[in-house]
Structure formats: C-alpha cells, structure tokens
Design a protein around this ligand. Structure first.
Ligand SMILES: *[C@@H]1O[C@H](CO)[C@@H](O)[C@H](O)[C@H]1NC(C)=O
Ligand SMILES: [Zn+2]
Length: 302
C-alpha cells in the first residue's frame, strides 16, 4: 500500500509541475497562490512588483527607438496556450533599442494578463499587455532566458473606460476561434490587420527594473519597461478574454501572478530626454507625471 501511495504521489508531483496554473478565484476568493517551483519560489529578482513613484529613483535616458512597430501586421498568429492569448508571426523584425538598453532587441511575441500583474502606487489595472523582446545576440528565447540581459518586456497597462479600444477590439474579433478547450494550442490567423504601435501609448515616462518572467521558469533575465501612460479598454472587452478555456468547461478568469518582493532592487522612473521640440509635447509629459504624483499624494493621505 505504501509503495503504491509513493508512486501516486510522485506522479501527482510530476503532473503538477508540468501543468502550472493560477488560483481558481471563482471557487474560493482566498485560494492561496500555487507554488510553481524552482526559481519562481527561490528567486530574489522576481516579477511582478508594485511600482511606486515615491520609492523610485529618478532617471534620464536617451529615447527608446522603435523600428517597424508602425507596420501593419496582416498575418498575425493567435493562440490560446491555456495561460494567455499570445500573438506572433510578425512580417518583419520589430527592433527596440536606445534608452538604457545595451543592444538591439526583437519582438518575439505579445500576450496579455487580466487583471494587470504590475501595480502602480498599489493600483491594479484591468489589463496588462506584454511585448516580449529577445536580445539579438542570443539565437532563441531558451538561450536568452539564461542571461540577465536576455529579454526586455514592455508592459502596457490599460485603464477602465467606456470607449472600446480599437486595437484590442481587433484581437477580440478573432477570439472565438480559440476560446474553447479543444482549440487550445491551435494557432489561428488574426483576421484584422493591426500595428504593434496601436498597443503602445506614449513611451516618454516609464518604470524600469531588473526582474523575471512572470510564468514558469520565472527566469531572471528580464529588463522590465512598464509605461506610466495607459490606454483605455472597456470591462466588456476584458471580459471577452476571461472566456477562454484552459480545461474542459473551465474559463481562465484570472492570469496574473501575485506581487513579488522588491528585495532592495533599484526601480528607476525614467523621463526620456527630449529632443528640442514643441512646448505642447513637453507639457503633455509633465501632466502625465503630475497625475502620477497626485495618486501618490492621495494614497499617503489615507
Ligand atoms: C536555441 O539555440 C541553441 C544554440 O544555438 C540550440 O542548441 C537550441 O537547440 C535552441 N533551442 C530551441 C528551442 O530552438
Ligand atoms: Zn506576461
């Protein structure tokens, strides 16, 4: 009997390791966040974290440079991988450089989390889009994940609005083809064309810090760039993503990882150095910062 129990236990442990997931908050609001194992449990530079203006160092970097992000992508692939909705298959290389980055990074895939993984001044947002980039000096993502300069992720937060977001809307239009469990891991073509630019608001101000992937293996290879400017999305739109299935008749209602310890890491709030340009652009930037600081002041008064 004991022998059988041991076999059963090791089998369970094994299947748990390969089938990681998120707590089922429908069943139990207080369900503890599952242990994912390895670095996810033992790492000291894990993501996501709460980003707060008061705790951040002030930084100034040269502008981030985006190549081909404005190109309309006519043949994007979409997949429900059981953990998120993921887009890939970009027509040309989308290259990110500049800022504090030491080399060129190319877009590998884009996926989303509902609700947001990062919080800003303790505020959670309804949606966070991750644009995952690989350092070009590494041949693929599995290699890049072994190095601390291997991956850069741009995190874009979306705020609740009553105006539907057009770019998110064009992704949602093709969701029906991948929602069901039997369509999981079957890629489909995104019917509408969209440019990656459409998913990115202003990049003039952002938080940056050294962290990890927010899914197993939780590799500590990520330079995070979380933009402070946000895009609108309606709750109806976010609810469409919550209908995708990860098991037979089981919908993925939440796919955000719990907040991780900052562990004395430097979080830098970057204001891009502006090339001399119109005053209108500068005042837009300071307005964004003031709004952010306003939130911090409100919270300290609570
Ligand atoms: C990634 O690149 C390395 C080195 O070229 C190679 O050995 C490995 O098989 C590649 N992995 C994948 C998943 O393509
Ligand atoms: Zn992500």
């Amino acid at each position: 009997m004991h022998f059988l129990a041991i076999i059963a236990c090791s089998f369970l442990a094994l299947s748990a390791a390969s089938e990681w997931g998120y707590p089922d908050l429908d069943k139990n609001q207080d369900e503890p966040f599952p242990k994912w194992g390895g670095l996810c449990d033992t790492g000291r530079k894990q993501s996501p974290i709460n980003l707060h203006v008061k705790g951040a160092l002030k930084g100034e970097f040269s502008p981030l440079k985006f190549e081909n992000y404005d190109e309309h992508q006519g043949a994007l692939q979409m997949v429900n991988n059981g953990h998120s909705i993921q887009l890939s298959g970009f027509a040309h290389e989308l290259t990110l450089s500049g800022g504090g980055l030491g080399s060129d990074f190319v877009v590998e895939q884009i996926h989303m989390h509902w609700w947001s993984e990062h919080t800003i001044n303790d505020i959670r947002f309804p949606l966070e889009v991750h644009i995952v980039h690989r350092n070009k000096i590494y041949p693929n993502m599995s290699m890049a994940a072994n190095f601390k300069d291997g991956i850069t992720v741009i995190g874009v937060l979306y705020h609740v609005s009553n105006t539907p977001n057009e770019a998110i809307g064009s992704i949602i239009k093709s969701l029906d083809k991948v929602k069901k469990y039997d369509q999981m891991n079957v890629p489909t073509l995104v019917a509408d064309s969209l440019a990656v630019d459409d998913l990115v608001p202003s990049v003039d101000t952002y938080f940056t810090y050294a962290g990890s992937l927010t899914t197993p293996t939780c590799a500590e290879a990520v330079t995070w760039i979380v933009l402070t400017d946000t895009h609108p999305v309606t709750l109806d739109q976010v609810n469409q993503f919550k209908e995708i299935e990860y098991k037979e008749d089981k919908q993925l209602h939440n796919n955000y990882r719990e907040l991780q310890s900052e562990n004395n890491r430097a979080v830098v709030l970057v204001q891009q150095l502006q090339e001399r340009n119109s005053a209108g652009r500068m005042s837009g930037l300071s307005l964004g910062l003031m709004l952010l600081l306003g939130v911090a002041v409100q919270q300290s008064q609570l």
